[in-house]
Design a protein. Structure first.
Length: 177
């Protein structure tokens, strides 16, 4: 048995293209957020119903959601709860009360995994459960328990772009020193 230093070009078969170097296209990890503003929607003529689904965050294809969650910016109508997930599900937030005070971060419910996401069906989180969002999708908020007439909710996600690099590095970073 042998050990091979895959960071050294002195190792047979190792070239600049097989070393971990920053991609030229700049695949990024970024935080995205959006505000669900029921007050503004009501002013514009919205008449809410129990169970309305709001497609809030657009997630590009070939992304991994590292974490996601929500913060109440203004309390919602009494008895309103929410689920947050892809496809109107409840894997991120499950049944959180929306009538809590402004500044409250929503905690996961029985199915929820707030700030830890697996992008699949409800399950107990494990690092192996992290999955790539293969096709563009949205993280949705379902407001249930009562028709929302007031409230503001900030939903955020930390998204890692894992799409293939468009340009491979020509030289290793160490060769530029």
């Amino acid at each position: 048995m042998a050990t091979y230093d895959m960071t050294s070009s002195d190792t047979a078969g190792v070239g600049a293209n097989v070393l971990a170097v920053p991609t030229v296209v700049g695949n990024t990890v970024r935080t995205i957020e959006a505000i669900l503003d029921i007050d503004a929607m009501v002013t514009a003529g919205y008449s809410g119903a129990d169970g309305d689904i709001f497609q809030l965050l657009e997630i590009p294809a070939e992304s991994v959601i590292v974490a996601a969650g929500a913060e109440i910016m203004k309390s919602f109508t009494a008895s309103c709860t929410c689920n947050i997930d892809f496809a109107g599900g409840d894997d991120i937030i499950d049944g959180a009360a929306l009538d809590a005070a402004a500044g409250t971060y929503l905690a996961k419910g029985t199915n929820g995994e707030a700030n830890v996401v697996n992008t699949g069906a409800a399950s107990t989180f494990a690092a192996a459960a992290l999955a790539c969002v293969g096709a563009a999708d949205t993280i949705d908020v379902v407001v249930a328990g009562a028709a929302p007439a007031t409230g503001r909710l900030r939903v955020y996600a930390i998204v890692a772009d894992v799409s293939a690099a468009k340009t491979e590095a020509a030289v290793a970073q160490r060769d530029l020193i």
